[in-house]
Design a protein around this ligand. Structure first.
Ligand SMILES: NC(=O)c1ccc[n+]([C@@H]2O[C@H](COP(=O)([O-])OP(=O)(O)OC[C@H]3O[C@@H](n4cnc5c(N)ncnc54)[C@H](OP(=O)(O)O)[C@@H]3O)[C@@H](O)[C@H]2O)c1
Length: 245
């Protein structure tokens, strides 16, 4: 894929990976980048990097009215990057587990599904287009301390596969991104090796330029992906052992 002529919409553009994606797309020469965030104020600083090519869009992906308004404003999009997500960092049996699970599913699954449903017809009308969904490596194997988040990202992975199958005959590519830990607000205060948002954004765009279908953008996600292919049960057991005493 040549990113130069693309009109791109990035959700969660005020977040760590989202704002890095907007800046990286700018450097790659994308024609127009819609930087979507729950409030326009949250992306004002980002827009200042290039007010001619970056356009702020108010978007809450859990609101049907907001998603419909964004689809109306951004009709010229040919690359949609579903990056917005939340992680309540709780276990399945944790005190807030049920509430967290519902909130995470609302954003990570239903919100992403709503975005795909709203934008697929716009891409199809152009004859081609690409949807990128930012999933997670821990959507492929459950990390119990983030048990509810992992379940929502596993749902996101299945959503991606189904979307890919349904949209391929309509000329729309669907690309999955499976990062390991990234140094953003989402992992603040968690001590572990993390990729930077800049590294992840750069790897995502390189993957798109190479027409990759699934992108593992950092060493951690690449390692886990390889291990999963060799022995998924062993990886499950390794991750299960990471539950605190
Ligand atoms: N950080 C990691 O270790 C990691 C690893 C694997 C995958 N990921 C995935 O990478 C993506 C980006 O996360 P990040 O690390 O950059 O975290 P982040 O800094 O917390 O950014 C998340 C973004 O999503 C937005 N968002 C949340 N709920 C939304 C909603 N209902 N409507 C619209 N936007 C919403 C947030 O907006 P507000 O600021 O308004 O809340 C924020 O801009 C997420 O899908 C995440 O699950 C992250």
């Amino acid at each position: 894929m040549n990113l130069k002529a693309k009109t791109v919409l990035v959700t969660g553009a005020n977040g760590g990976v989202g704002s890095a994606l907007v800046k990286a797309l700018l450097e790659k020469g994308a024609a127009k980048i819609y930087a979507a965030a729950r409030t326009v104020a949250a992306v004002q600083e980002l827009v200042q990097f290039n007010p001619e090519r970056i356009v702020a869009v108010p978007l809450d992906i859990t609101s049907a009215a907001s998603v419909a308004a964004a689809a109306e404003q951004c009709v010229d999009v040919n690359l949609l990057i579903n990056n917005a997500g939340i992680n309540r960092c709780v276990s399945l049996l944790g005190r807030a587990g049920l509430e967290a699970a519902r909130e995470e599913m609302e954003v990570n699954f239903f919100g992403t599904l709503a975005m795909c449903r709203a934008f697929a017809p716009l891409l199809e009308a152009k004859g081609s287009g690409t949807i990128v969904n930012v999933c997670s490596i821990i959507g492929l194997v459950n990390l119990p301390v983030n048990g509810t988040y992992c379940a929502s990202k596993a749902a996101g992975h299945s959503l991606l596969q189904g979307m890919r199958a349904e949209l391929a005959p309509r000329g729309i590519r669907v690309v999955g991104v499976y990062p390991g830990p990234v140094d953003t607000k989402m992992t603040a205060g968690q001590e572990m090796p993390k990729a930077t948002p800049v590294q992840v954004a750069s790897a995502i765009l390189t993957g798109l330029e190479r027409d990759a279908e699934d992108i593992f953008p950092d060493p951690m996600s690449q390692g886990v992906h390889e291990q999963l292919a060799k022995n998924a049960k062993q990886v499950e057991k390794q991750f299960a052992a990471m539950i605190p005493a």
